[in-house]
Design a protein around this ligand. Sequence first.
Ligand code: NAD
Length: 363
Amino acid sequence: MTGTIDRRSLVAGAAALTLGAPALAQPRRKLGYAIVGLGGYAGRILPEFANCSTSRVTALVSGDRAKATEWARKYGVPESGIYDYTTFDRIADNKDVDIVYVILPNSMHAEYTIRAAKAGKHVMCEKPMAVSAAECEQMIAACARANRKLMIGYRSRFQPHNMEAIRLARSGAAGKIRYVRSEHGFVMRDPSVWRLDRARSGGGSLMDIGIYALQAARYMTGEEPVAVSATESTDRRDPRFRTVEDLLAWTMEFPSGAMAGCQTMYSASQNRIFLAGTEGRIELEPATGYEGQKMWTGKNGRDREVTPPPGPRSTQFAGQLDHLSECILADREPIVSGKEGLQDLRIIEAIYRSAREGRRVTL
Ligand code: NAD
């Protein structure tokens, strides 16, 4: 692995020595990311390297050469760091790439994660990790064989309101947790997107946005569900919903007796997490967007708005990117490793089965 030494860290380190202050630890090395897929979310991620301390972008992978060249210029990626899907495996020879970040349609996550691991690179893979639990297992195995780290892009785990909500829930601020409610959805307007094509998405609203509700139920309770029950409401005459679901409502039962009630849809806009315990509640709305989170605690209502302490970086995206770099440098497991992605896919499969078969499914 290679990387540049952040000039500011060197200057700061030298200044600390001159002033007799405790010397900083090793100057920070910035690990290089290759971004695979230059679509909408990649466009949201790329500017975030400017907010990172231990990560930089060193390569781009795209089927569109003109776009890749333009973005490479914009984000300081050299010509030699531009690949397409056929030349991707040559990334093995690029010493400036430590991590491959897969931001492709869901059905392509497994293939590119496995090819990246075979090229000797660590992997950041977008959510949902893959289109089946079986694929997730293959991805975990490929990264383990190559001795490379695998992390899933669950950015909310680096978002200050969500981090504080987890801390409050665990500290007993709401008493014994009895239930979590989470609704996540948006109105999908374009019928032509890959998200509405099951072959490329693996499923509808649940795979795309409902996974945030599922994650929230797990990280707010700190428990793993033992059973799920789900009901679906989809108008199959609507051209958007020929192969994927619109609305899914499901409950999850946890070992402590706590329950979660979640909903996801492509036909209404919702972004909320609500936890109720024996002593009070914790509420976030919007909960998991790119920005604008708000959070309240209270006995019976929104009594107090909570301003959380700042997160590890100025944005959740930078916190997520740097977390993997830091885990690689310190040889630690990411807090949202492949196992976390696999667990979500196992539960997602159980939710789909429950809706299909009209029965409670145990895990
Ligand atoms: P997008 O459609 O905007 O971009 C997909 C990219 O993949 C495009 O550049 C497209 O050209 C490329 N591509 C290559 N082969 C393709 C094929 N066969 N069909 C379609 N596109 C193909 O999608 P996006 O919104 O950037 O989503 C990409 C991934 O990122 C998804 O897994 C999605 O779930 C995830 N995502 C995560 C977040 C988040 O907040 N964590 C937000 C948005 C998307």
